[in-house]
Design a protein around this ligand. Structure first.
Ligand code: F6R
Length: 366
């Protein structure tokens, strides 16, 4: 059942080129410029005309929501708020006509997310679901939606569900942008072509496995980790830190790189590993300065960079090179080495990676 792999988690990490491809199959075609999401058809105009999009989710799914916030705002020019379902449901949130809710959940059973949906529904909002488990409670509670089709995810730490969520959310956003006219035909074509390259780029990122295993061996006894990124890579930093803490029990924090100087920088000394997600994008120069700030305080820098980067390797103890891709799609590629890093560290520490202590695959109690 683990297909020759030692754990479900690593099997699922390696399934991603396939699961992303399955997620796009029959839905995205760069040749014709068509995006077809059958489960959305009836309600898609609600999204096109939305005054605001509210995204509700928990954990890793919430991180996917953060990436989607940047993506929807960039391509659809619709304001987006990303909410922890548990906070949203208990604070008497403002939900207006013209708001559309997107709920993201791998399991489709997360109690807080389900309750957030019911609350928004009771106020008249239209709800879209992005779920992995077909026929799950959340899939049934929403008005419309699109499945991620990642296949069963058994490891408690979410991996392939995350990249499939991003794939679906990107397709929804591009479809809305197309209908709204906030993207040119040429740009849309370019994005669809880029989307189609993702499985192959993820495959190449997976080839870094041996190198990442060596990095893991160096840092397996660390007590803390900091993950930093900006722009589309900021949620990736959060996700990298969550993966590490949940399966290896090493304390880790993810931060937007620029926020570091508002507090976390005080933690940096010669023992602190700092993972920068520093691929070539519009915030590249800014991230380079943040790396210099960490270096100046003797932090141990591990950088995820775009292949061929000349500058950051000179400033890093370890560099992980991933293939270039449009910055809005980079999270699907840049998260791969972070998944692998947390996996190998957890294995080296003798942790139960598929079933970490105190955690359940679906959190059906609040
Ligand atoms: C992290 C993880 C959890 C889930 C969260 C939401 O690896 O697995 O943080 O992402 O419990 O679960 P779903 O997506 O099933 O609603």
């Amino acid at each position: 059942e683990k297909g020759g792999y030692e754990h479900f988690m690593i099997k699922e990490i390696f399934e991603q080129p396939r699961s992303i491809k399955d997620c796009m199959r029959g839905r995205l075609d760069s040749q014709t410029g068509r995006l077809i999401l059958g489960g959305l058809r009836e309600y898609v105009n609600k999204l096109v005309n939305a005054d605001r999009i509210l995204i509700v989710a928990c954990g890793t799914s919430w991180h996917a929501g953060l990436v989607a916030e940047y993506f929807f705002e960039e391509f659809c020019r619709i304001p987006v708020e990303v909410e922890y379902a548990s906070e949203f449901r208990y604070r008497n949130p403002v939900i207006r006509e013209g708001d559309v809710v997107i709920a993201i959940s791998q399991s489709g059973e997360t109690a807080d997310t389900l309750a957030a949906i019911e609350l928004a529904k009771s106020k008249g909002a239209i709800i879209f679901g992005v779920c992995n488990v077909v026929g799950s409670s959340i899939a049934r509670a929403t008005h419309a939606g699109a499945y991620t089709h990642a296949g069963p995810e058994i490891g408690v730490a979410s991996t392939k569900a995350f990249t499939a969520q991003l794939t679906v959310l990107n397709m929804i956003a591009l479809l809305v942008a197309q209908k709204k006219g906030t993207i040119t035909e040429q740009k849309l074509h370019e994005m669809l072509v880029e989307m189609e390259t993702i499985p192959e780029k993820v495959e190449r990122a997976l080839q870094l496995n041996d190198q990442i295993q060596d990095i893991a061996a160096t840092f397996k006894d660390a007590h803390n980790f900091i993950y930093l990124g900006r722009g589309y890579n900021f949620p990736v930093a959060l996700e990298g830190a969550l993966k590490l803490k949940e399966i290896s029990y090493i304390h880790a924090e993810g931060y937007p790189a620029a926020e570091m100087k508002h507090g976390p920088i005080a933690l940096i000394d010669e023992e602190m590993p700092v993972v920068f997600i520093a691929t070539r994008d519009s915030s590249y120069e800014k991230v380079v300065s943040n790396i210099q700030e960490v270096k100046a305080r003797k932090g141990r820098v591990i950088s995820v960079v775009t292949e061929g980067d000349q500058l950051i390797p000179k400033m890093s103890e370890f560099v992980i090179e991933v293939p270039a891709v449009h910055e809005a799609l980079m999270p699907m590629v840049s998260v791969i080495p972070l998944q692998l890093l947390s996996y190998h560290i957890a294995v080296m520490r003798g942790c139960n990676v598929d079933q970490p202590r105190n955690l359940a695959k679906s959190v059906t109690v609040e």
